[in-house]
Structure formats: structure tokens, C-alpha cells
Design a protein around this ligand. Structure first.
Ligand SMILES: C[S@@+](CC[C@H](N)C(=O)[O-])C[C@H]1O[C@@H](n2cnc3c(N)ncnc32)[C@H](O)[C@@H]1O
Length: 272
């Protein structure tokens, strides 16, 4: 069974809609991503395939593979992208994908690692390192402070946050951990930048809508972690109500982390 807490019949539509929002703009996130002509690119945890389609169209001389462990998502993504010749989709769990070693020139992984347990993130990053060619690059895009970076917080909301943080996954503070984790997985030239998502006025209203949809999809998870359906519903109602009050604050940080698999060492440079 999938442990992805947002798995739901509406997930394809939710992901497509989210990526139309200016705060989830994959073009800006990937503005520094420049694969060489003829590159083999993996979109790891591709969901609806919105980023896979973007990459395949932007880099027509590359071959893009989108992979996700949801068979339903892969079927939907494939039928939505039928006309794009340099794009394929494959159902695979990133924890046990059977990609050959040194297959890809670039791997993009967006909003996926936050959904994994800490030891799974380490395993996936090690797997990315194995699947990349020497000199290949990984680009990780993930959130930090989602859900928790809001004010004011009632005692009840604080208690709920404490319980949610005890879950092995998701980890909504994954962003800050990624530069060290990717280095620990053997990558070099680690670079990162942050895009802050700060919601005010109409933008806060739109984000409240997106959060409401995520809460509906995550309700089974919230019921388990908060103890019962009554607490889960009270948390959702209080959280959204707080954000609707004047002068409430909501912000997250988006980490964009890039790193390289060490290229083949030049014998002269190495002084051998
Ligand atoms: C929030 S969505 C992001 C989708 C897409 N990357 C995007 O930017 O729109 C996370 C995706 O990761 C997938 N996923 C989660 N854990 C996975 C795993 N272990 N292996 C493969 N896919 C996984 C989920 O099925 C889901 O489609």
C-alpha cells in the first residue's frame, strides 16, 4: 500500500492546478537547469507529469523519463502526454527502481522527498548517485516550513503540530536537510538557494484553497496521527479559520538544491 498521504482520486487534477500557481512555478525553480543536448533526464516522482512535459518540450533533443510508484498517476500522465515523442513514463518505486547504473545525465526530484522517511531519503539519494553518469547532476526541489510557519497558533494547533512532527513521514522541514544529505550520499559541488513563499491578500486566499484540498486528501493520515476524526476535523477547521483572520501570517521556504556526481578524474590534474 502507498504511504503517500495525498493519494486520492483527485490527485492528478490537484497537481496540475498547483503547478499553475505562481508560488509553485516549476519554470522559475528550474531556471538554472541546463542539460546538455542529447541528455537522458529522469523526473523522479513525476506525479501528473507536469514537470516531465515541461522538460521534454523545453529540451527536445533530450530524452525524458517520468517515474512514479502510483500506477494510476503513470497512466494519467502518459495519456496526457501522448503527443510528446521524447517522453516516456515508467511505474517504479524510487526505493527499489531497477534503473541501470550510470543511466541518466540529470535527475529532477520535486516535492517528493518530503513524503519519505529520513532513512528512505538517504536510500533514494544514494540510488540517484548510482543511476547518474559521472558528471551528471541532481536537482532537488522541496519545501521547508510548510504547515508550521503560521501565526497565531492556538494551544490546540501547537499540540497537533507536535503530534504531526512525530510521524516518520511526511517531513515538512526536509528542505534544510537536503544539502548535507546529498553530500553524504556522495555528491559534490552542492549548491542551494531558497525561494520564499509568503502569502498575503488574494495570494493567501488561493493558498488556503490549496491547503483545504490537501487536508481533504490527507484526512486519513490526520485522523490516525491526531487520534480520531473529531480531532482531525477540529485541527483542519481551526487552522483554516486562523489563516482567514486579519493579519495572520503564512510562509514557507522552497529549497532548490543542485549537486553533481564526480566526473571522471583527469589523471594529470590528479597528479598521478
Ligand atoms: C507532491 S507529488 C509531486 C509530483 C511532481 N513531482 C510535481 O512536482 O508535481 C509527490 C509524488 O511522489 C510520488 N512518490 C512518493 N513516494 C514515492 C516513491 N517512493 N517512489 C516513487 N514515487 C513516489 C507520489 O506518488 C506523488 O506522485
Amino acid at each position: 500500500m502507498s504511504n503517500y498521504i495525498l493519494e486520492h482520486a483527485s490527485e492528478f487534477e490537484r497537481l496540475e492546478k498547483q503547478s499553475q500557481n505562481k508560488y509553485y512555478d516549476y519554470e522559475s525553480e528550474l531556471s538554472d537547469f541546463l542539460p546538455k543536448i542529447g541528455s537522458n533526464i529522469l523526473d523522479a516522482g513525476c506525479g501528473s507529469g507536469v514537470v516531465s512535459r515541461f522538460l521534454a518540450r523545453k529540451f527536445p533533443h533530450s530524452k525524458v523519463t517520468g517515474c512514479d510508484f502510483s500506477g494510476e498517476r503513470i497512466r494519467q500522465a502518459s495519456s496526457f502526454a501522448e503527443t510528446i515523442g521524447n517522453l516516456d513514463f515508467k511505474q517504479a518505486n524510487l526505493l527499489s527502481a531497477d534503473f541501470e547504473a550510470s543511466t541518466f545525465d540529470s535527475i529532477v526530484c520535486r516535492y517528493v522527498l518530503e513524503h519519505l522517511k529520513n532513512k528512505e531519503v538517504k536510500a533514494v539519494l544514494t540510488e540517484f548517485h548510482r543511476c547518474l553518469r559521472p558528471g551528471g547532476t541532481a536537482c532537488l526541489i522541496d519545501i521547508d516550513g510548510y504547515l508550521y510557519n503560521m501565526f497565531p497558533q492556538s494551544e490546540f494547533i501547537e499540540q497537533c503540530f507536535s503530534k504531526i512532527k512525530t510521524a516518520p513521514a511526511p517531513d515538512f522541514n526536509i528542505g534544510r536537510q537536503l544539502p548535507k544529505m546529498i553530500a553524504d550520499a556522495g555528491f559534490t559541488k552542492v549548491r542551494w538557494r531558497i525561494e520564499t513563499m509568503q502569502f498575503q491578500g488574494e495570494e493567501l486566499k488561493t493558498e488556503i484553497e490549496l491547503i483545504s484540498e490537501r487536508f481533504v486528501q490527507a484526512m486519513p493520515f490526520l485522523e490516525v496521527i491526531l487520534g480520531n476524526d473529531h480531532h482531525a476535523r477540529r485541527f483542519v477547521d481551526e487552522y483554516l479559520e486562523t489563516l482567514r483572520c486579519p493579519n495572520s501570517v503564512l510562509f514557507y521556504n522552497k529549497f532548490i538544491v543542485t549537486a553533481e556526481k564526480q566526473g571522471l578524474i583527469n589523471v594529470k590534474e590528479a597528479g598521478v
